[in-house]
Write a protein that binds this ligand. Structure first.
Ligand SMILES: [Fe+2]
Length: 305
C-alpha cells in the first residue's frame, strides 16, 4: 500500500563518534560545514542551505548512527505518523512532542521494522542566510542504509511515510520523498546486505565543479577518493566517495535528477552497466575495498539512551 506523503525532506543525520573534536575539525575545515550550535558535548553543523543543521556529532565509544531525521510539514503529519508507523510494523519510540535540541520544533521518534531509528521533525528553525559558497555543501542529498531485507524495508517506507520507489537496481532500492513540483530522485536508499548498517551519507554540492574540487581538497587532506569521480545511473548525480573521520562514509554529489510522479520506475534489468564499468561516464574504478569495508561498520545506536 502506498500512502499519502507524511514527510517532505531529509533534514539531518545524527552520529556518535569516539573523536567529536577531530570530526568537528574535519567537517568545518575540510568538508565545508559550519558549527551552528552546541549542546553539552554534542556539536551541530550546518550547510549553506536553510536547514538548521545537517549533521550532529555526539560522543560515543564507537562510531554509530543515532538517527536519520526527516522533515514533516505539520504536526498533523507527525500525528499521522504516530498511527501509520505502528500499523505498518514499526515502533513508536517517542510520540510527537517538543524536540529539546538546537533547531527545536516538534518531533516524533520511531524504529523501523529493521531496527533503524528515524525521526521526523516539523516547525524546526530555518536559516535565512543561504547565500551559497562554491566549495561548501548546500544540504543533505541522501542517506543510504544497508538492509537485510530491502523489499520489507521499502514496503515500510512507502506505507508508513508515503515515500515512493524511484528505481530498483540489482542491489539498491532508491526511495524518494514526493515533492511538488519535483524533488530529488532519492532521499533514502536501501542497499541489499547481510546487515542493517549505515552505507553512506551524501551532501549536495553546488555543481560538478565543486564535487571535483572537493575531491582534490580531500585528497590533499589525506582522504583519497575511494570511489569516483563518476556519475551514477539512477539519479544521474555526479559523485566522489570518501572514508571520513571515525570511518564514516561520506559523498559529495551534485546534479541529482529532479523527478515527480510521472517518472518511470525502472528495474534491475534496465540498470545494467557493461562489464567493467562502474559509472555512467565509464571513467571510475570500482569502489575500493576500504570503502566497502567501511560501509558495513556503522550500526544504529541502541535505544533507549
Ligand atoms: Fe550516494
Amino acid at each position: 500500500m502506498v500512502a499519502k506523503p507524511l514527510v517532505s525532506a531529509l533534514r539531518s543525520v545524527e552520529v556518535g563518534l569516539p573523536d567529536v573534536a577531530g570530526a568537528e575539525a574535519f567537517f568545518t575545515t575540510i568538508w565545508g560545514l559550519r558549527v551552528v550550535a552546541r549542546q553539552g558535548a554534542a556539536v551541530y553543523l550546518r550547510a549553506t542551505g536553510e536547514d538548521h543543521h545537517v549533521l550532529a556529532l555526539h560522543p560515543a565509544a564507537r562510531t554509530e548512527l543515532r538517527s536519520v531525521t526527516l522533515r514533516s510539514d505539520s504536526l498533523a503529519d507527525l500525528q499521522a505518523l504516530a498511527l501509520s508507523v505502528p500499523a505498518q510494523g514499526g515502533e513508536l519510540l517517542r510520540p510527537p512532542g517538543p524536540l529539546e535540541e538546537p533547531g527545536g520544533g516538534q518531533a516524533i521518534v520511531v524504529r523501523d521494522p529493521q531496527g533503524r531509528i528515524i525521526r521526523a521533525v516539523c516547525g524546526d528553525e530555518r536559516h535565512a542566510d543561504t547565500d551559497g559558497d562554491a566549495d561548501r555543501p548546500i544540504r543533505l542529498a541522501h542517506a543510504v542504509l544497508n538492509s537485510h531485507d530491502v523489499a520489507q524495508g521499502l514496503a515500510f517506507y512507502e506505507s508508513a511515510f508515503g515515500m515512493r520507489l524511484a528505481d530498483r537496481t540489482r542491489i539498491m532500492a532508491f526511495i524518494r520523498i514526493p515533492r511538488r513540483p519535483q524533488g530529488d530522485h532519492h532521499s533514502i536508499a536501501l542497499a541489499d546486505a547481510d546487515n542493517d548498517c549505515l552505507n553512506h551519507v551524501a551532501f549536495v554540492m553546488p555543481d560538478l565543479e565543486s564535487v571535483m574540487r572537493g575531491g582534490g581538497r580531500m585528497k590533499d587532506a589525506g582522504y583519497p577518493i575511494e570511489w569516483g569521480p563518476g556519475r551514477h545511473g539512477p539519479g544521474n548525480n555526479s559523485f566522489n566517495y570518501f572514508v571520513g573521520p571515525c570511518g564514516l562514509v561520506i559523498e559529495y554529489t551534485a546534479d541529482v535528477s529532479q523527478i515527480d510522479d510521472a517518472y518511470p520506475v525502472r528495474g534491475p534489468a534496465d540498470w545494467k552497466w557493461p562489464a567493467g564499468r562502474f559509472d555512467h561516464w565509464g571513467i571510475s574504478a570500482p569502489p575500493s575495498d576500504r570503502l566497502k569495508a567501511a560501509q558495513r561498520q556503522v550500526a544504529f545506536a541502541p535505544w533507549p539512551r
